[in-house]
Write a protein that binds this ligand. Structure first.
Ligand SMILES: *Cc1c(COP(=O)(O)O)cnc(C)c1O
Length: 361
């Protein structure tokens, strides 16, 4: 028997054991095809059935309206930083960006190469430790769209509300919170997420967009970067990330078996609460994020003494609690507790936080 650890990595991240076991069972012969999904032609009848099932499952789990298209792309969330403005930012228009962390800052920088963009808010000066209130957003009423990152993976903050941006369609990077709780897709123009946080392996990017937004790409851009072209080809302009899409299907089956997104959300709130309660009760550890802006998926904390932080990370690893070192931009610790992290892993980490304080506090 292999010894599975509790993996708190921010991504690529833990997957449900049931998903990995099923993938293993289907590795050599997937559903009677006599081959692995990895070996199937993406144009085969077997694979056509798989990709159609996965899209249907995603639509079902996320309650995606019929007026939205689902795309299975590559290039990570990072390529969406460019694809979004290449299609949604017409010549002569400007877009608004909320900068609440590393990735939204990168999205802003990439968009600036395409056309004029504005900072609707920028909380770098506050170390991104909170999410701005609606009243702090300096909105351009004529903005082509408003872009924000719903859950800031590195800093551990999450927007506690969906911003009201008037006529400007909302575009959200949901890489680290997709499938973590129910989300009203109809409020958004476009959602995108790299799969490796909460959906599957790296290499797959899911885009969900309102169909009417797709057909306005800049002249002369590569077909791969044009949503309308990707829609027309059914995400098969070239070979899609076939195995990642299949794993997403297994993850979605697992989410449904857990009771869907409402049940995932309830469980994720409980898991996060266990950690935040332990941190709030501690004098040694601090959670730097404003209480109203706390992420359910990425819990950041530190002692204030880098040597003590390292000691904590080392002791945790010795107990099978791995990848707790914070992002290099923040330091300290970060516990990423996506859907696949069992409650038992979080309980064990909370126990260690208390025990470590007794010994070192
Ligand atoms: C991980 C992450 C990214 C970067 O994703 P890639 O797939 O590596 O491009 C972007 N945004 C958020 C919120 C992330 O968590």
């Amino acid at each position: 028997m292999s010894q599975r650890v509790f993996n708190f990595s921010a991504g690529p991240a833990m997957l449900p054991e049931a998903v990995l076991s099923r993938a293993a069972a289907e590795m050599l012969d997937c559903r009677g095809a006599g081959m692995s999904v990895m070996e199937m032609s993406h144009r085969s009848k077997e694979y056509a059935a798989i990709i159609a099932e996965v899209e249907a499952a995603l639509r079902d789990v996320m309650n995606i309206p019929d007026s939205y298209r689902v795309l299975f792309l590559q290039g990570g969330a990072t390529l969406q930083f460019s694809m979004v403005p290449l299609t949604l930012l017409p010549e002569g228009a400007s877009a608004d960006y909320a900068i609440t962390g590393e990735f939204s800052g990168k999205a802003y920088k990439e968009a600036r190469k395409v056309g004029p963009v504005r900072e609707a808010v920028n909380l770098k000066g506050e170390n991104y430790a909170r999410i701005p209130a609606q009243s702090e957003l300096a909105l351009d009423p004529a903005a082509a769209y408003f872009h924000y990152c719903m859950n800031n993976t590195i800093f551990g903050t999450k927007w506690p509300y969906i911003p009201d941006t008037g006529a400007a369609p909302l575009v959200a990077d949901v890489s680290s919170c997709i499938l973590s709780e129910p989300l009203d897709v109809s409020r958004f123009g476009l959602l995108y997420a790299g799969a490796q946080k909460n959906m599957g392996p790296a290499g797959l990017t899911v885009v969900i967009l309102r169909e009417d937004l797709a057909g306005h790409a800049r002249e002369g851009i590569p077909g791969l970067l044009d949503y309308a072209v990707q829609i027309k080809s059914g995400s098969m302009l070239n070979t899609p990330p076939t195995y990642g899409i299949y794993i997403l299907g297994l993850v979605l089956d697992w989410v449904r078996a857990q009771g869907g997104l409402a049940a995932m959300g309830a469980r994720n709130r409980e898991k996060a609460q266990v950690l935040y309660d332990a941190l709030d009760a501690s004098k040694l550890f601090k959670a730097p994020v404003d209480k109203g802006s706390r992420s359910l998926m990425n819990v950041t904390f530190f002692t204030g003494d880098p040597a003590l932080d390292d000691k904590f990370v080392g002791e945790a690893a010795a107990q099978g609690l791995v990848s707790l070192k914070g992002h290099r931009a923040v330091g300290g610790m970060r516990a990423s507790i996506y859907n696949a992290m069992p409650r038992a892993g979080v309980d064990k980490l909370a126990d260690l936080i208390r025990a470590f304080e007794k010994e070192n506090g």
